[in-house]
Design a protein around this ligand. Structure first.
Ligand SMILES: [Zn+2]
Length: 265
């Protein structure tokens, strides 16, 4: 089992880079969710955890502690760049560390796959003294996918399909680096069933729903998505491989007073 820890950069009271009406924290979260879903669905023997699954404040220390305690094989921190420029770059730690040559190799495979899948302007394989690269006991890679303050790239970032493509390019890079086997076609034909407890125009309302669900013992998260130029915040209370499990969740929710429905992804 290969353990992949996905860290959507920033969140909560730290928006990251903000430009062109976009916040980095929302983009990294969306890419992170797409990446997690894609890995779970398309590859065998892979396990995924995320440093955050919603718009919340999580300290850098909490993020790396969680990955270290879990014993992840890869720490992948997702970011979006700013400061003038365009294209893609990635980072590993700039000091000496135990699994350095392995990390260099993994990063090269992930980096090269992303650049070629996205046909991206390659800004290079870089090194830096970032907390998430330094304080992780496993190989750690940080990616910067495009520039939020670059007008054309920002326009692409508004499109969910494009964010999904970024996530898929990361997944393919990880698959190459860890030699992940693709899920057999018969399993792929089974979609993932997500249980939706509501879609809201205001994030605040979605968050209130998440809190209510939590009180009744349901872990849920907010998944932002765009439809007909409107941004919605969808509350998801479970994702299942088997429809009967999703149905069971819908019934449980109903008993606790929550109306829900199932979407296939
Ligand atoms: Zn960032």
């Amino acid at each position: 089992m290969v353990k992949i820890y996905i860290d959507p950069g920033h969140g909560g009271n730290d928006p990251g880079a903000v430009s062109n009406g976009l916040s980095e924290k929302n983009l990294t979260l969306q890419i992170g969710h797409f990446l997690s879903d894609y890995l779970n669905k398309n590859y065998q023997d892979v396990s995924v955890q995320m440093s955050r699954t919603k718009d919340e404040t999580v300290s850098l220390r909490e993020r790396t502690n969680k990955a270290n305690n879990w014993g992840a094989d890869l720490y992948l921190s997702i970011h979006v760049n700013a400061g003038g420029g365009s294209g893609f770059e990635s980072y590993i730690f700039n000091g000496q560390f135990a699994n350095q040559s392995r990390t260099k190799q993994l990063r090269s495979q992930i980096h090269d796959t992303i650049v070629s899948e996205m046909n991206w302007n390659d800004r290079g394989k870089k090194e830096a003294n970032f907390h998430v690269l330094r304080e992780t006991r496993m190989s750690a890679v940080l990616t910067e996918s495009g520039f939020i303050d670059h007008r054309q790239e920002a326009r692409l970032m508004r499109n969910n399909d494009w964010l999904k493509k970024v996530a898929v390019s990361h997944a393919k890079g990880i698959a190459r680096a860890f030699n992940l086997k693709e899920t057999s076609q018969s399993l792929l034909d089974d979609p993932l069933y997500r249980v939706v407890v509501g879609s809201f125009l205001k994030e605040k309302n979605a968050r209130e729903k998440v809190d209510l669900l939590k009180k009744k013992g349901y872990e849920s998260y907010i998944f932002p998505f765009a439809q007909q130029n409107k941004r919605y915040y969808r509350v998801i209370a479970g994702a299942f491989r088997q429809r009967e499990n999703a149905n069971r969740r819908v019934n449980d929710l109903k008993k606790d007073g929550f109306e829900s429905f199932i979407v296939e992804v």
